[in-house]
Design a protein around this ligand. Sequence first.
Ligand SMILES: Cc1cc2nc3c(=O)[nH]c(=O)nc-3n(C[C@H](O)[C@H](O)[C@H](O)COP(=O)(O)OP(=O)(O)OC[C@H]3O[C@@H](n4cnc5c(N)ncnc54)[C@H](O)[C@@H]3O)c2cc1C
Length: 464
Amino acid sequence: MINPALLREFQTVLGAENVFTDQADLLTYSYDAAVLAAVVPALALRPVDSESLSRVVRLCNENQLPLTVRGAGTNLSGGTIPIRGGVVLLTNALDKILEINSEDMYAIVQPGVVTAKLAAAVEAKGLFYPPDPGSQAVSTLGGNVAENAGGLRGLKYGVTRDYVMGLQFFNAEGESIKTGSKTVKCATGYNLAGLLVGSEGTLGVFNEITLKLIPPPARQKAMFAVFNDMDRASETVAAVIAHRIVPATLEFMDNFTIRAVEDFSRAGLPVDAAALLLIEVDGHPAQVEEDAGKVEYLCRKIGADSIRVAKDAAERDKVWAARRSALSALAKLKPTVVLEDATVPRSKIPEMVRAIQDISKQCDISIGTFGHAGDGNLHPTILTDRRDKEEWERVEAAIETIFDKALSLGGTLSGEHGTGIAKSCFLEKETGLATIRYSRRIKAAMDPNNILNPEKIIGYSNTR
Ligand SMILES: Cc1cc2nc3c(=O)[nH]c(=O)nc-3n(C[C@H](O)[C@H](O)[C@H](O)COP(=O)(O)OP(=O)(O)OC[C@H]3O[C@@H](n4cnc5c(N)ncnc54)[C@H](O)[C@@H]3O)c2cc1C
């Protein structure tokens, strides 16, 4: 229950139309894209400008009210579930592109700007913002920065972190903190942006984000290599990287995923293939031809049964749209879909793909695997029904075995989906307890009342 005097204060700051107390509204903000129990917040608030955003944060802190920031709620790690109740802070009214600077190649945005909207706006000015999560049509840039989101182009162009030049955010007290700059280089002060990117709303609330833009590639060439043997496909991924070729995109789909995607999107994918590699090279036309030739040679040498080059932009776009629909396509097949993103060094992709197949058999559960194979980032996607308790236990065992395997190969628990509450209990396996204690000390120093997205990433800050 929110104290009525505080509720009135929120209404004065935001206007009554931006304060939500109705249970039906609040239910909407009780869950996200992770398969986790929902928690209904006491209140949802929608600031409309910097001033009201800062005041809401300050009021929450003064009243020791937990505050969970929510962009589009598409994260896959429970990052926006308000686990300790309190306030869910919506950023959808903070959706302005404040500046696109073509001369100095940067953009300044509010956190609620939808990723694809910025990409389209900069493209219209002859520039390029590469990070392209599969959710880009709805995800927000605030959510992307807070999760350090990746995407299909991560292999060549990197992830969101690589484009954050500066941040202006509010600390737990609602004070404005500035880090980074509009300049290409900035060595002033601590690299707070480095700490805040990927902090999942636990250390500050972004108000303005300065993002690097780059010139677009002059040419792209997309091709699809069809394999009748899954091992050959994953070995090709490792070989392309080992031969020092850096495609913009190198995506993998197993047969299970190909069938689901084709059924969903009718993009003309080969449904009998054991695996498919979707590859795009881009850059200077001469370089594109050279790289495409090398990739094609390696695919054939290692065992691709056929290779199709997209004949035009329309065909290319159709196949990438189909790839982006992979999660939605798989999600249609069963009541519950768990998308994992354990990530391994690229040379270990063949071993990891084999291990996922073995785990699927051992645990007797359906797993479709696709993902950014060129980054070592696979998305084993478990199709299940959470209401079936006996099967759910096998699902949980499979998830832990997948994590253990990835870590044993020198990998990491998450390539791009973050830790949230979904993976916080596994964090110690990867980092050790000292790292968690160190992180908790940082959190306690920056957010002494523990109001900012409590319990995410590092769990209970009052334990161990
Ligand atoms: C179909 C589908 C495909 C996906 N594909 C990809 C993919 O290819 N790559 C990838 O990386 N992820 C992917 N995701 C996961 C998800 O879309 C990303 O994590 C995305 O960055 C989340 O953005 P959002 O706006 O939905 O953030 P939300 O889910 O609303 O929030 C995510 C986190 O950011 C915090 N946050 C949001 N705004 C702020 C702010 N202003 N200040 C501080 N913290 C803030 C929240 O508190 C939360 O912890 C996919 C998800 C789906 C459902």
